[in-house]
Design a protein around this ligand. Structure first.
Ligand SMILES: NC(=O)c1ccc[n+]([C@@H]2O[C@H](COP(=O)([O-])OP(=O)(O)OC[C@H]3O[C@@H](n4cnc5c(N)ncnc54)[C@H](O)[C@@H]3O)[C@@H](O)[C@H]2O)c1
Length: 273
């Protein structure tokens, strides 16, 4: 028996990375899935491989008409919509506040904040009618801790996490749960496609090994399992929560780092004495 037997889900940004891993896991757990993405050939190939319970709907999640259509496609195809995973997103711009490009800033805000708002806006009427549903939005640890290197992205993710909590307070009364998942350093090809994406993911997989207390890189499947829990009935009393999946990265300094710091302070004091 699958943990999502009989459920229907929409997963945005499902053609690659975290979204694709979640599509594969949801299908393996018995769900029917509509995959939404701008990358049509990758999304269609994924659905061909996974069979008739997986359908692709080309969607730009920043455009209201396309998001409305996506939700309608899911309801028409599967007759219900148990879960919406608002996961699509793009990278922020590097550089400080003085070099911020306004168009790019708006695009980053729209890719994360507006898309999540639109998904929730258009799925809410269907979920209210059903009296149940689970909405999962992709935040980030950058939405919790300020990341000055990608300040537009960091601010957009903070908005996603906060909007999630606001909407959870509204829709909980209708039996709809709204939560976010905040990944840490995950080895994906984010911002790249095809072979370049594979190459970036492989590089990150190595680089990320020592960034957090858990001595391996975060993988797309780690986030997919968090989404699986939030989509399933196992989390039926979890609402307005941000589930951090970062191997302990923002929990504090690691044991080894702390010991090194204590040893250097101790050494400096001894030298002074
Ligand atoms: N990889 C990480 O370390 C990490 C960390 C924290 C949060 N996240 C978040 O996880 C989510 C998935 O990221 P990923 O690492 O899998 O990246 P990815 O680039 O591999 O996947 C993102 C997907 O979203 C799609 N997409 C982008 N803009 C879109 C739009 N306007 N409409 C429809 N689809 C669109 C892309 O085509 C792509 O398939 C993003 O929201 C990202 O911000 C990633």
């Amino acid at each position: 028996m699958g943990r999502l037997d009989g459920k229907a889900a929409v997963i945005t940004g499902g053609s690659q990375g975290i979204g694709r891993a979640t599509v594969e896991l949801f299908i393996a757990e018995g769900a029917k899935v509509v995959v939404a993405d701008l990358l049509a050939s990758e999304g269609e190939a994924l659905c061909d491989r996974l069979g008739p319970d997986c359908v692709f709907c080309k969607t730009d999640v920043t455009v209201e008409d396309q998001v409305r259509n996506l939700i309608e496609v899911a309801v028409k195809r599967f007759g219900r919509i148990d879960c919406l995973f608002n996961n699509a997103g793009i990278l922020g711009q590097t550089g400080g506040i003085e070099s911020m490009e306004v168009d790019r800033f708006d695009r980053v805000m729209a890719s994360h904040g507006r898309s999540v708002m639109l998904g929730m806006k258009h799925v809410a009427p269907y979920m209210k009618q059903q009296g149940f549903g689970s909405i999962i939005n992709t935040g980030s640890i950058s939405g919790i801790q300020a990341v000055s290197a990608y300040m537009d992205y960091s601010a957009a993710k903070a908005a996603v996490i906060h909007l999630t909590k606001c909407v959870a307070m509204e829709l909980g009364e209708f039996g709809i749960r709204v939560n976010s998942v905040s990944p840490g350093q995950i080895a994906t090809g984010m911002g790249k496609t095809g072979p370049d994406a594979l190459e970036k993911a492989a590089v990150l997989r190595e680089l990320n090994k020592t960034r957090q207390p858990i001595p391996r890189s975060g993988m797309p499947e780690d986030v997919a399992f968090a989404a699986l829990y939030l989509a399933s009935d196992e989390s039926s009393f979890v609402n307005g929560h941000d589930l951090v999946v970062d191997g302990g990265l923002i929990g504090g300094s690691s044991w080894t780092e702390r010991q090194r710091m204590s040893a250097s302070v101790h050494g400096a004091l001894q030298r002074q004495a």
